[in-house]
Design a protein around this ligand. Structure first.
Ligand SMILES: *Cc1c(COP(=O)(O)O)cnc(C)c1O
Length: 359
């Protein structure tokens, strides 16, 4: 089999999705499976649909378009605000998009009118993480605009925390989202279907017994793919954290001095050394070189029991520790972080191999 490769265990992914969908259903919460870290890989997305996700979320229109050709039978949600230059493609292929700009809403309405379709709008509210979202004070005006635009259907409001500044969902910000949706419903005499509380970072707050208030929807990527919640990167009980692993091949294995020698400056991917520059008589240690680099995965997001990652450049990963036992031609498996997974999925050099079909 070729290396490097991502090994994707479809039954374990389906287990993760079924477990989360069922757990959250008991709390009245529907799940959108967010497949962006896999570039909308149809094999994975199909297991999620089989597991009962309500819809599929993607950040890029290209992935929405290819998923729309898969005829999954569930709505496709564009989770990044549409580019003004792409509104035609958005209304043609996404059932719903997340929005925070009046000018984009107007363009979406015009495009939907031309195409004779109705486009769903989820208005994103800024609750402290400082990425996308309308400030609470401006929300009412944006709702008024959305309701007034023909060919748009306001499906609800949502927020996104954790991704930009690591702000945790808690009683305060989640309570505010619930209060905002209720105020809007009273003000406009409407009922909004979705109160979308956030992403995998919302799970600790929910499992901690937080009052879910009006929250009835989450958009989950990392939890389903890697079985972890992103705020502290802890494993979610009952989920597989190794449903997707990265396998690389050893190309050199030698006993070498354990410190670099010579005058040291910047490396290809980092600034100058922090360790003392010259230390004679370093003990020798086994090091293995793997054919895997920054072009294939985020080295900081790789882990394997007993393996120390000494460093990486474009095409090489240097490891020590349990690397003792590695010889050229051997394969080493790593667990991946979200950023490592994203980069591996994006690299043309990393192949994918599936274990187990969709159940
Ligand atoms: C990426 C993203 C998600 C999914 O985040 P996870 O932490 O992977 O669950 C949800 N919503 C939005 C808006 C996103 O950008």
């Amino acid at each position: 089999m070729s290396a490097p490769r991502l090994e994707i265990h479809l039954e374990h992914l389906q287990h993760n999705a079924t477990t989360m969908v069922n757990r959250l259903a008991r709390q009245g919460i529907k799940v959108t499976g967010v497949s962006k870290a896999t570039l909308g890989l149809p094999e994975i997305v199909r297991t999620w649909v089989a597991a009962g996700v309500h819809s599929i979320g993607e950040s890029r229109i290209e992935s929405i378009e290819s998923l729309s050709r898969c005829e999954l039978g569930v709505p496709l949600l564009l989770i990044r605000s549409p580019m003004l230059s792409q509104v035609d493609r958005v209304v043609a292929h996404a059932a719903i998009s997340c929005n925070s700009e009046a000018v984009v809403l107007k363009a979406l309405a015009a495009a939907a009118h031309c195409q004779g379709v109705r486009h769903g709008v989820l208005l994103m509210v800024e609750l402290g993480d400082l990425r996308e979202g309308i400030l609470a004070a401006d929300l009412e005006a944006m709702v008024l605009l959305t309701l007034a635009l023909p060919n748009l259907l306001l499906v609800g409001i949502g927020t996104n925390l954790g991704c930009q500044n690591g702000v945790a969902p808690d009683e305060a910000n989640m309570g505010e989202l619930s209060r905002l949706i209720e105020a809007l419903e009273r003000r406009f005499g409407i009922r909004l279907e979705w109160c979308s509380g956030g992403n995998s970072a919302n799970l600790p707050w929910l499992t901690g017994g937080g009052d879910r208030g009006r929250i009835n929807h989450l958009r989950l990527g990392e939890a389903l793919l890697l079985g972890r919640e992103p705020l502290s990167r802890t494993a979610i009980p009952g989920l597989y954290t190794d449903a997707i692993t990265l396998v690389a091949e050893v190309i050199e294995s030698k006993r070498k001095p354990s410190r670099a020698w010579g005058t040291r400056h910047c490396t290809s991917f980092a600034n100058g050394p922090v360790a003392p520059q010259k230390q004679p008589d370093q003990p020798m240690a086994m090091r293995a070189l793997l054919a895997l680099g920054e072009q294939d995965a985020d080295p900081a997001g790789l882990s394997a029991p007993g393996i120390n990652i000494e460093g990486a450049s474009s095409d090489h990963l240097v490891v020590s520790g349990a690397a003792e036992a590695l010889a050229p031609g051997d394969e080493q498996r790593f667990q991946v972080s979200y950023s490592s997974l994203l980069r591996a999925m994006t690299s043309p050099f990393v192949s994918r191999c599936f274990i187990g079909g969709p159940a």
